[in-house]
Design a protein around this ligand. Sequence first.
Ligand SMILES: [Zn+2]
Length: 324
Amino acid sequence: MLSVIDGIYFWRKYSLYQTLRRNEVNPFLEILFPECKIESINLKNETITISASRKVKAAVCPECKQLSGRVHSYYSRKPQDLPMLGLFVRLNLRVRRIRCQNQACSKQTFAERWGNWLKPYAQKTTRNKNTLYHIGQVAGGEGGHRLLSHLKMEASGTTLIRIIRSQPLRDVEKPRIIGVDDWAIKKGRTYGTIIVDLERQQPIELLPDRTAESLTGWLQAQPNIQIVTRDRSPEYAKGIQNGATNAEQVADRWHLLLNLYQMLDRYLRQSHKRLCKLPITTYPDQDSIIERRGSFIRTEQAMIASKKSRSRRRELHQDIQRRK
Ligand SMILES: [Zn+2]
């Protein structure tokens, strides 16, 4: 049963729809659909259907660019547009197939064009497709698909991915300073190579493996490379040497620090017993350091924590002994 709020909501939606149907609103709609005549607007099953036709009678042949107004036949296109008033919007366009009057033209007939807002053969308007592109970019394929039903739009996850992939790539400036490292396609099993433009701080390429040959092939197509930072992998060193002979190779800071940490860790583990035998050092001016235990000088707080821990272990041991 409908609540009062539901009733008000549907009444408002119906009122807006009725406003939309009035003739004086059509000029406004015709701004959204340039050079079109709005024939009718209908509401059914949460979908507004806007029927329209082209005002201009003549059309330019896409092949020979000559104007012709001789109609061959009609057919309809039903592309999806952006939602309106919380409702799906479907267009019902009456399309004329025009006969080309140029005897020398290879096209006998052609369909009239609707402008940039609706590309030939498109099942969605350009503005709808642009919105789907942004939704897909933020929410991904399946996530975007789930979101669309709430926005009164339709597209499968696959369609969203296809729209993203169909967009032309931005022109990227040729990189001069790059970083090369491996990245996990499947962690612990399959690795590729990631190449980052360090001046613009953007990844610019993913190679399917981390071999010298792949890197050499990519670098050979990039004559502007001057500096390459890398880890200490001999494979990458070889790839850079062969692919960008004149480029300077630099061990990157992150890997240098990692290697330093690993070496220090290994050294200290090996030297632990020897370090324990070093003579005691006293710090007479530091009151907080009151006692040295083992090879390390401990603070008062560390001593208290250690005593508590030892006391807990002793109690546990005595408890076990009692239960024997
Ligand atoms: Zn023609």
